[in-house]
Design a protein around this ligand. Sequence first.
Ligand code: MN
Length: 331
Amino acid sequence: MPAITVEQDVTLPRVPRVDPTVQRARPVVSVTTAPTGFEGEGFPVRRAFAGVDLAALDPFIHMDQMGEVEYAPGEPKGTPWHPHRGFETVTYIIDGEMAHQDSNGGGGLITDGDTQWMTAGAGILHIETPPEHLVASGGLFHGFQLWVNLPRTHKLAAPRYQDIRAGKVGLLSSSDGGALLRVIAGEVAGQAGPGTTHTPIALVHATLRPGASLALPWRRDFNALVYTLAGRGGVGQERRPMRMGQLALFGAGDTITVTADETQESRSPDLDVLVLGGRPIREPVFAYGPFVMNTRAEVLRAFEDFQAGRLGTIPAAHAAVRGSSPGSPGD
Ligand code: MN
């Protein structure tokens, strides 16, 4: 996992030790297993939130773990041009590379701990593809994409693009020094991440060495989720078992607890988790295909607007030669 790593975590600020007399551990409500599926032109994903009530996920809508997959030469796949309206996408690449371009002029290449944050707002078209050289060579690909809802008042906001390089994330270590935390968005234990959202959220990629334990203070007004990207461990004070591809939903309280098993498989020597939560929006959600609105009528309107070309147009360079010209998204 070449997402940003640090040789000597001892130099990093540490998460303050939890005081159990005043900070209440959040209980584990459920641990669910993500089913596998295919996205875009056929890349393998795990549907991280499947089987969890949307109200418990609020303000999140959807999350796919992309891979981890070892592609043969010629195999890497992306998505065709497609529209979005009414929410934000957060894409984080751990292994491999993903090129992105949108109809609003946003775009870039993300790799090794980089994040691409796209506010679709009123409407956008975008394409996500592995760069040509990766299609030719094949190789390891691993990342995730999270959908963050927008409140009714911001659903038709202007589209926005944030390119967050790996070096910009906030770094912390656990109080025992055994876990590295990368704060991608929000503020966690006094460390701020670079991503900004219309709805307040916190998003952390944590790597726990075997046997390490993480007790993370978490805002009471945020929900709390932990998804395992790799390895195995336990969640909550009861150390309920959790492994790669599983999601833990926590109840109310002040802290989130994650512990890495002493023994890990050699292919994933550490426990890698995403810790995420946000302030629930508590509005009706009507999500269908690429649109996340409040009502069915608004989703139908989004389809009409897309058909009429009102969500944007594909840049000319792409309409001619998709993703391979000098103006390709990887440049
Ligand atoms: Mn998309």
